[in-house]
Write a protein of this length. Structure first.
Length: 132
């Protein structure tokens, strides 16, 4: 599965990956892993991306708005960002980002995120599509 992720990232970075290709990989169960609790273990270089199957939750610690600290609860941050509803499951692309000097919290979609000063890692979401 790791080789598939690396190939997808390679073609995706070059703009050579069509939505039809992603859909086919997702339908075959070859692309998305279950989302980790947080991104701490996955936040390497900015620009790295992962495809995760996320089931929305509203209970968990989240810091930031649209750009989240690496230790934010992925399932809650995805609800906060509007990518999934609580209890629903979707596949999202999670992109490692350069951390801002400060994370601003907010209340959205039933989840309240908090402010946080500088943190070493950050991530954001990109929509991929629904999963059956």
């Amino acid at each position: 599965m790791k080789v598939i992720h690396e190939l997808v990232a390679y073609f995706d970075r070059r703009g050579l990956l069509a939505q039809a290709h992603l859909t086919r990989l997702l339908d075959q169960g070859l692309l998305a892993h279950e989302a980790p609790r947080t991104m701490v273990e996955h936040c390497g270089a900015p620009g790295q991306s992962y495809y995760f199957r996320v089931t929305g939750e509203i209970e968990g610690a989240v810091w930031g708005t649209d750009l989240y600290t690496g230790d934010s609860a992925v399932a809650c941050a995805a609800v906060h960002a509007g990518f999934v509803k609580p209890g629903d499951t979707v596949v999202v692309r999670v992109v490692v980002a350069e951390p801002p000097p400060r994370f601003e919290g907010s209340a959205r979609n039933g989840v309240s995120s908090s402010d946080f000063e500088r943190y070493g890692t950050a991530f954001r979401f990109e929509r991929v599509g629904p999963i059956a």
